[in-house]
Write a protein that binds this ligand. Structure first.
Ligand code: 5GP
Length: 197
């Protein structure tokens, strides 16, 4: 039988408002589904306590980030909450997809839109809070941001919630495990290719 190249892997983008729990759902998937490859983003944000370079993020200087942008090293990038830049290193994602692996990106809405236009075959999933009140509670509960930062993030979240219609599917994040399972099911069941327009 002729040797065939592996079928291109599926790319799923998980986006949604700030503090909805994207990171927690992504961490659940990382722990329970190592067969799904999670992209590690580059960011100019300094590490929070406990964050490990190369694992949670590639922490880079603004100059290094400029270089990545200039060399088309990022599949998408955005300034999130008007402060720091975040981007998805392109080569690693391309390699994994070409090898037939499932790839998950956990990024913000601006980035999701860029992936949509650069890789129309990507499947975009919107992670939604059970309610606005719950989203505010989660944002305040996290306690890692200053008051001004929290206000800025809430303003971003309000805009982001309105973008649900641009996505191929919505998952309500009531329980992390349920949301994670729903996401894994989308990889397995092979969602229909997004239609143009
Ligand atoms: P945090 O600073 O809390 O880790 O992340 C802030 C926001 O940046 C989150 O909404 C997260 O989804 C987003 N983000 C993380 N990595 C990327 C990336 O590579 N590209 C884009 N566009 N957003 C990202």
């Amino acid at each position: 039988m002729a040797e065939s190249r592996p079928r291109r892997g599926r790319l799923i983008v998980l986006a949604g408002p700030t503090a909805v729990g994207k990171g927690t759902v992504a961490a659940w998937i990382r722990e329970h589904h190592p067969e799904i490859w999670m992209s590690v983003s580059a960011t100019t944000r300094p590490p929070r306590p406990g964050e490990v370079d190369g694992h949670h993020y590639h922490f880079v200087t603004p100059e290094e980030f400029d270089r990545l942008v200039a060399t088309d090293g990022l599949l998408e990038w955005a300034t999130v909450h008007g402060v720091h830049r975040y981007g998805t290193p392109r080569a690693a994602v391309e390699e994994r997809l070409a090898a037939g692996e499932s790839v998950l990106l956990e990024i913000d809405l601006q980035g999701a839109r860029q992936v949509r236009s650069r890789m129309p075959e990507a499947f975009l999933v919107f992670l939604k809070p059970p309610s606005w009140e719950e989203l505010v509670r989660r944002l305040v509960g996290r306690g890692t941001e200053t008051e001004a930062e929290r206000e800025r993030r809430l303003a971003t979240a309000r805009e982001e919630l309105a973008a649900e219609d641009e996505f191929d599917a919505t998952i309500v994040n009531t329980e992390v495990e349920d949301a994670g399972r729903e996401l894994v099911d989308l990889f397995r069941s092979g969602p229909p290719a997004p239609t143009a327009g």
